[in-house]
Design a protein around this ligand. Structure first.
Ligand code: OSB
Ligand code: MG
Length: 367
């Protein structure tokens, strides 16, 4: 496949409601979209870097810099075997996996369209619908939180994830559990704790959580292993897993029993598939995480989540849970706790180019 041209657009998208996690609040995303062109077809990708370097060291600004200065100038004009090889010219770039992933994923969409198949099929997906959950940000009160949980359960979500931080953890989750004794429930700390909090985190064992996501810092593989030995609740790693090598290290040390795979975090679908395959070979579950993506990133996540090892519901929620209006059509919807995997060529949804162009605050073209 030949990458003939590329377009980069930065699009501001205001969240329907602020999303608060242990490191801060998000009100608006600055979505970087990649559009690759070749053989009269297009492929779309989305960069998941945040506006600040809290979740990852990458930000919208670093991604824009690395994409415009290094990645796209090297990739455009190249003919490659397939999407897995599109980043070969930039293997020398250390890190910046979110920036790289945006291009790699766009190449997968383009390659699927060139083959006339859906991205899910191209990736090796086997499911026509995927079970979905919802990730609920920190709320101002426990009442507000339980109200939110009730609302999402009514909408059909099959698993509830609640953000926690010191002071908003055991008691708060206890209230949710009391009110919803049977609901598949989990917590995400986004690295808010240290090993000194082990006895507090041990109290979560009584609540029957599916898992606790990323309790400690992203480099804390050993500390997570110590914590996992002390608590019964399975640990799921998110921020810590940037590659299949990280996943191997975590499994070897016993740092986790579950992995949250976000293709945008690990450098793209190729690496996401390798992590999926590793976990499947160990009979350990994975699920697809989210980064408050627009419909473009969501379409990528839904396609990936159709692979057989994604046995747990992902953080893949309906478009309207995030945006007043999404930038793809049709928008993503949840029915009976599942989302339909699009079957059309590539992403299987259409990017609203007119709207993207009118919203774009920054552009760069490469040919
Ligand atoms: O830790 O999974 C996370 C959103 C932004 C940054 C980090 C995380 C999240 C979420 C939201 O939990 C998941 C979603 O996209 O719905
Ligand atoms: Mg997380």
């Amino acid at each position: 496949m030949k990458i003939e041209r590329a377009e980069l657009r930065q699009v501001p998208m205001r969240l329907e409601e602020p999303f608060e996690i242990s490191s801060g609040v998000m009100h608006e995303r600055h979505v970087i979209l990649v559009r690759l062109l070749g053989q009269g077809l297009e492929g779309w990708g989305e960069c998941v870097a945040g506006e600040d370097p809290a979740y990852s060291s990458e930000t919208t600004e670093t991604a824009w810099h690395v994409l415009t200065r290094f990645i796209l100038p090297a990739v455009v004009g190249c003919s490659v075997e397939g999407p897995e090889a599109v980043l070969d010219p930039v293997r020398w770039i250390r890190g910046h996996r979110m920036a790289k992933a945006a291009v790699e994923m766009a190449a997968w969409d383009l390659a699927a369209r060139m083959d006339g198949v859906s991205l899910a099929e191209k990736l090796g997906g086997t499911r026509s619908v995927v079970p979905v959950g919802v990730s609920i940000g920190l709320q101002e009160s426990d009442e507000k939180l339980t109200e939110k949980v009730a609302g999402y359960l009514t909408e059909g979500y099959t698993r509830i994830k609640v953000k926690i931080k010191p002071g908003r953890d055991v008691a708060m989750l206890g209230r949710v559990r009391e009110r919803f004794p049977e609901v598949p429930l989990m917590a995400d700390a986004n690295s808010a704790y240290t090993l000194a909090d082990a006895s507090l985190l041990k109290k979560l064992d009584r609540l029957g959580l599916m898992m606790i996501e990323q309790p400690l810092r992203h480099e804390d593989y050993l500390e997570h292993a110590h914590l996992q030995a002390l608590i019964g609740t399975p640990i799921c790693l998110d921020e810590s897993i940037r590659s299949v090598g990280d996943a191997e290290l975590a499994l070897k040390l016993g740092s986790c029993r579950v992995v949250n795979i976000k293709p945008g975090r690990v450098g793209g679908h190729g690496e996401a598939k390798r992590i999926h395959d590793l976990m499947q070979s160990r009979h350990l579950p994975v699920w697809c995480g989210g980064m408050l993506e627009s419909g473009i990133g969501r379409a990528h996540n839904v396609a990936l989540a159709s692979l057989p090892g994604f046995t747990l519901p992902g953080d893949i929620s309906a478009s309207r849970r995030y945006w007043a209006r999404d930038i793809v059509s049709p928008e993503f919807e949840v029915n009976d706790g599942t989302m339909v995997v699009p079957t059309g060529p590539g992403l299987g949804v259409e990017a609203d180019r007119e709207r993207i162009e009118s919203l774009a605050r920054r552009r760069a073209d490469f040919d």
